[in-house]
Write a protein that binds this ligand. Structure first.
Ligand code: GAR
Length: 196
Protein backbone atom coordinates (compact mmCIF):
# COMPACT_ATOMS: atom_id res chain seq x y z
CA UNK A 1 0.00 0.00 0.00
CA UNK A 2 1.18 3.49 -0.80
CA UNK A 3 -0.28 6.67 0.64
CA UNK A 4 -0.62 9.58 -1.74
CA UNK A 5 -0.75 13.04 -0.15
CA UNK A 6 -1.78 15.83 -2.53
CA UNK A 7 -0.80 19.44 -1.82
CA UNK A 8 -2.99 22.22 -3.27
CA UNK A 9 -3.45 25.98 -2.94
CA UNK A 10 -6.62 26.69 -4.91
CA UNK A 11 -9.09 25.19 -7.33
CA UNK A 12 -7.67 21.71 -7.05
CA UNK A 13 -8.80 20.56 -10.48
CA UNK A 14 -5.63 18.47 -10.91
CA UNK A 15 -6.27 16.88 -7.51
CA UNK A 16 -9.88 16.15 -8.49
CA UNK A 17 -8.74 14.60 -11.78
CA UNK A 18 -6.27 12.44 -9.84
CA UNK A 19 -8.97 11.29 -7.40
CA UNK A 20 -11.43 10.47 -10.20
CA UNK A 21 -8.79 8.60 -12.20
CA UNK A 22 -7.65 6.66 -9.13
CA UNK A 23 -11.24 5.55 -8.56
CA UNK A 24 -11.93 4.71 -12.22
CA UNK A 25 -8.65 2.84 -12.62
CA UNK A 26 -8.91 1.17 -9.20
CA UNK A 27 -5.45 2.22 -8.05
CA UNK A 28 -6.13 0.65 -4.66
CA UNK A 29 -6.42 -2.88 -6.03
CA UNK A 30 -4.01 -2.39 -8.97
CA UNK A 31 -1.19 -0.62 -7.17
CA UNK A 32 -2.12 -0.83 -3.49
CA UNK A 33 -2.26 2.96 -3.52
CA UNK A 34 -4.80 5.33 -2.07
CA UNK A 35 -5.14 9.09 -1.94
CA UNK A 36 -4.86 9.41 1.81
CA UNK A 37 -4.98 13.17 2.32
CA UNK A 38 -5.23 16.58 0.69
CA UNK A 39 -3.32 19.46 2.28
CA UNK A 40 -3.85 23.12 1.44
CA UNK A 41 -1.92 26.17 2.56
CA UNK A 42 -5.10 28.19 2.09
CA UNK A 43 -8.24 27.60 4.17
CA UNK A 44 -10.55 28.75 1.35
CA UNK A 45 -9.06 26.51 -1.35
CA UNK A 46 -12.01 25.24 -3.37
CA UNK A 47 -10.40 21.86 -3.81
CA UNK A 48 -10.87 21.10 -0.10
CA UNK A 49 -14.63 20.91 -0.61
CA UNK A 50 -14.27 18.26 -3.32
CA UNK A 51 -11.82 16.22 -1.25
CA UNK A 52 -14.11 16.27 1.79
CA UNK A 53 -17.07 15.19 -0.34
CA UNK A 54 -15.01 12.22 -1.51
CA UNK A 55 -14.26 11.25 2.09
CA UNK A 56 -10.58 12.14 1.86
CA UNK A 57 -8.83 13.54 4.95
CA UNK A 58 -8.12 17.25 4.53
CA UNK A 59 -5.69 19.52 6.35
CA UNK A 60 -5.08 23.26 6.21
CA UNK A 61 -1.67 24.64 7.07
CA UNK A 62 -1.60 28.41 6.65
CA UNK A 63 1.91 29.48 5.61
CA UNK A 64 1.24 32.98 6.99
CA UNK A 65 1.20 31.51 10.50
CA UNK A 66 4.90 30.62 10.25
CA UNK A 67 7.83 33.02 10.55
CA UNK A 68 10.04 31.33 7.95
CA UNK A 69 9.81 28.96 5.01
CA UNK A 70 11.75 26.41 7.04
CA UNK A 71 9.25 26.56 9.91
CA UNK A 72 6.34 26.10 7.50
CA UNK A 73 8.03 23.19 5.73
CA UNK A 74 8.86 21.52 9.06
CA UNK A 75 5.18 21.73 10.03
CA UNK A 76 4.20 20.43 6.59
CA UNK A 77 6.53 17.45 6.96
CA UNK A 78 5.14 16.78 10.45
CA UNK A 79 1.67 16.71 8.92
CA UNK A 80 2.68 14.41 6.05
CA UNK A 81 4.88 12.00 7.99
CA UNK A 82 2.06 10.10 9.76
CA UNK A 83 1.09 9.03 6.22
CA UNK A 84 4.65 7.81 5.65
CA UNK A 85 5.30 4.44 7.30
CA UNK A 86 7.50 1.50 6.26
CA UNK A 87 4.43 -0.39 5.04
CA UNK A 88 2.79 2.71 3.53
CA UNK A 89 5.50 4.91 1.98
CA UNK A 90 4.16 8.29 1.02
CA UNK A 91 4.10 9.87 -2.43
CA UNK A 92 3.79 13.65 -2.21
CA UNK A 93 1.98 15.17 -5.20
CA UNK A 94 2.12 18.94 -5.71
CA UNK A 95 -0.98 19.97 -7.65
CA UNK A 96 -1.20 23.73 -7.96
CA UNK A 97 0.66 24.14 -4.66
CA UNK A 98 1.97 27.69 -4.98
CA UNK A 99 4.74 27.59 -2.40
CA UNK A 100 8.45 27.20 -2.98
CA UNK A 101 9.71 24.31 -0.88
CA UNK A 102 12.97 24.38 1.05
CA UNK A 103 15.91 22.10 0.17
CA UNK A 104 15.35 20.18 3.42
CA UNK A 105 11.77 19.32 2.51
CA UNK A 106 12.70 18.35 -1.05
CA UNK A 107 15.51 16.13 0.24
CA UNK A 108 13.22 14.44 2.76
CA UNK A 109 10.86 13.21 0.02
CA UNK A 110 13.41 12.92 -2.79
CA UNK A 111 12.24 10.59 -5.56
CA UNK A 112 8.66 10.60 -4.28
CA UNK A 113 7.80 14.26 -4.69
CA UNK A 114 6.17 15.29 -7.98
CA UNK A 115 4.96 18.55 -9.49
CA UNK A 116 2.95 19.70 -12.47
CA UNK A 117 3.98 22.90 -14.18
CA UNK A 118 1.96 24.71 -16.86
CA UNK A 119 4.69 25.00 -19.50
CA UNK A 120 6.90 22.81 -21.63
CA UNK A 121 9.86 22.74 -19.26
CA UNK A 122 12.66 23.72 -19.35
CA UNK A 123 10.93 26.73 -21.00
CA UNK A 124 9.08 29.19 -18.79
CA UNK A 125 9.82 28.16 -15.25
CA UNK A 126 8.10 30.27 -12.57
CA UNK A 127 4.88 32.27 -12.91
CA UNK A 128 2.74 33.70 -15.76
CA UNK A 129 3.79 30.90 -18.11
CA UNK A 130 0.89 31.29 -20.54
CA UNK A 131 1.28 35.03 -21.07
CA UNK A 132 5.02 34.58 -21.49
CA UNK A 133 4.49 31.84 -24.10
CA UNK A 134 2.08 34.13 -26.02
CA UNK A 135 4.45 37.11 -25.74
CA UNK A 136 7.33 34.99 -27.02
CA UNK A 137 5.29 34.05 -30.10
CA UNK A 138 5.28 30.34 -29.26
CA UNK A 139 3.21 28.22 -31.65
CA UNK A 140 2.94 25.48 -29.05
CA UNK A 141 2.62 25.42 -25.28
CA UNK A 142 1.89 22.67 -22.82
CA UNK A 143 2.50 21.20 -19.41
CA UNK A 144 5.08 19.05 -17.66
CA UNK A 145 5.02 16.54 -14.81
CA UNK A 146 8.41 16.20 -13.14
CA UNK A 147 10.13 14.94 -10.03
CA UNK A 148 10.96 17.82 -7.73
CA UNK A 149 14.61 18.66 -7.10
CA UNK A 150 16.27 21.55 -5.30
CA UNK A 151 15.98 23.87 -8.32
CA UNK A 152 12.56 25.46 -8.95
CA UNK A 153 10.61 23.80 -11.81
CA UNK A 154 13.51 21.50 -12.69
CA UNK A 155 13.99 17.78 -12.16
CA UNK A 156 13.53 14.65 -14.25
CA UNK A 157 10.58 14.94 -16.63
CA UNK A 158 7.93 12.20 -16.28
CA UNK A 159 5.28 13.35 -18.79
CA UNK A 160 4.57 16.25 -21.11
CA UNK A 161 1.65 17.29 -23.29
CA UNK A 162 1.64 19.84 -26.11
CA UNK A 163 -1.21 22.12 -27.21
CA UNK A 164 -1.30 24.71 -30.01
CA UNK A 165 -1.21 28.43 -29.22
CA UNK A 166 -4.03 29.92 -31.34
CA UNK A 167 -3.89 33.39 -32.91
CA UNK A 168 -6.46 35.01 -30.59
CA UNK A 169 -5.39 33.25 -27.42
CA UNK A 170 -5.31 35.12 -24.14
CA UNK A 171 -3.49 33.77 -21.10
CA UNK A 172 -6.87 32.49 -19.87
CA UNK A 173 -7.89 30.64 -23.04
CA UNK A 174 -4.45 29.08 -23.34
CA UNK A 175 -4.45 28.13 -19.64
CA UNK A 176 -7.80 26.38 -20.04
CA UNK A 177 -6.51 24.38 -23.05
CA UNK A 178 -3.37 23.40 -21.16
CA UNK A 179 -5.33 22.48 -18.02
CA UNK A 180 -7.40 19.85 -19.87
CA UNK A 181 -4.11 18.16 -20.77
CA UNK A 182 -2.78 18.48 -17.20
CA UNK A 183 -5.77 16.42 -16.08
CA UNK A 184 -4.70 13.67 -18.48
CA UNK A 185 -0.94 13.54 -17.96
CA UNK A 186 -0.71 13.99 -14.18
CA UNK A 187 -2.76 10.89 -13.26
CA UNK A 188 -0.98 8.98 -16.02
CA UNK A 189 2.44 9.94 -14.64
CA UNK A 190 1.46 8.96 -11.10
CA UNK A 191 0.00 5.63 -12.25
CA UNK A 192 3.25 4.95 -14.04
CA UNK A 193 5.29 5.77 -10.90
CA UNK A 194 3.02 3.52 -8.81
CA UNK A 195 3.40 0.61 -11.22
CA UNK A 196 7.19 0.53 -10.76
C1 GAR B 1 -2.31 24.33 -12.77
O1 GAR B 1 -2.34 24.92 -14.05
C2 GAR B 1 -0.89 23.98 -12.39
O2 GAR B 1 -0.11 23.52 -13.47
C3 GAR B 1 -0.37 25.29 -11.90
O3 GAR B 1 -1.44 25.85 -11.17
C4 GAR B 1 -2.67 25.37 -11.70
C5 GAR B 1 -3.46 24.76 -10.57
O4 GAR B 1 -4.74 24.38 -10.99
N1 GAR B 1 0.80 25.13 -11.10
C6 GAR B 1 1.79 26.00 -11.04
O5 GAR B 1 1.79 27.06 -11.65
C7 GAR B 1 2.93 25.60 -10.15
N2 GAR B 1 4.06 26.42 -10.37
P1 GAR B 1 -5.63 23.43 -10.09
O6 GAR B 1 -5.59 23.97 -8.67
O7 GAR B 1 -7.01 23.56 -10.70
O8 GAR B 1 -5.07 22.05 -10.19
Amino acid sequence: MKNIVILISGGGSNMAAMVKTSERERWQSRFGARIAAVVSNKADAKGLVFAKERGIATHVLDHKAFPTREAFDDALAALIDPYNTPSHPVLVVLAGFMRILTPGFVERYAGRLTNIHPSLLPAFTGLHTHQRAIDAGCKYAGCTVHLVTGELDHGPILEQAVVPVLPNDTADTLAARVLTQEHVIYPRAIASLLSK
